[in-house]
Design a protein around this ligand. Structure first.
Ligand code: CU
Length: 122
């Protein structure tokens, strides 16, 4: 009888603990913030576009003033390195992954952030 009571209280304790944990999707998401170089609102669209509706990405946004890109994602689907590579494929540099010259050359003139002449508004 004593053993049965002990077992019941263990089962109860375990189920209480698991009920307090957030759902698996909430638990596994991480948020990364890093610098992505760009100029304008068009850059913002280009940088964010690949992450819209991407599986494993909850939200992604780039701030043209601070150049900070913030993304909330599932690390079992994406890595920060892969995210930077995707951004580089759009023609945009981050500190450790650079866009190819070919990808950069496809950017409109107003978005050529490497020219040292950023157009804040256009
Ligand atoms: Cu731009």
């Amino acid at each position: 009888m004593r053993i049965a009571v002990a077992l019941i209280s263990i089962v109860f304790a375990v189920s209480t603990v698991s009920a307090q944990q957030p759902s698996s999707t909430e638990r596994s998401l991480v948020t990364s913030t890093f610098t992505v170089y760009g100029n304008c609102g068009k850059c913002k669209k280009n940088i964010e576009r690949p992450f819209k509706d991407m599986q494993g990405v909850e939200k992604a946004s780039w701030d043209k003033k601070t150049k900070q890109f913030t993304i909330t994602y599932d690390p079992s689907v994406l890595t920060e390195k892969r995210i930077k590579e995707i951004i580089a494929e759009q023609g945009y540099d981050s500190d450790d992954v650079k866009a190819s010259d070919e990808a950069y050359s496809k950017l409109p003139k107003c978005c050529r952030y490497r020219d040292g002449n950023p157009h804040q508004d256009h």
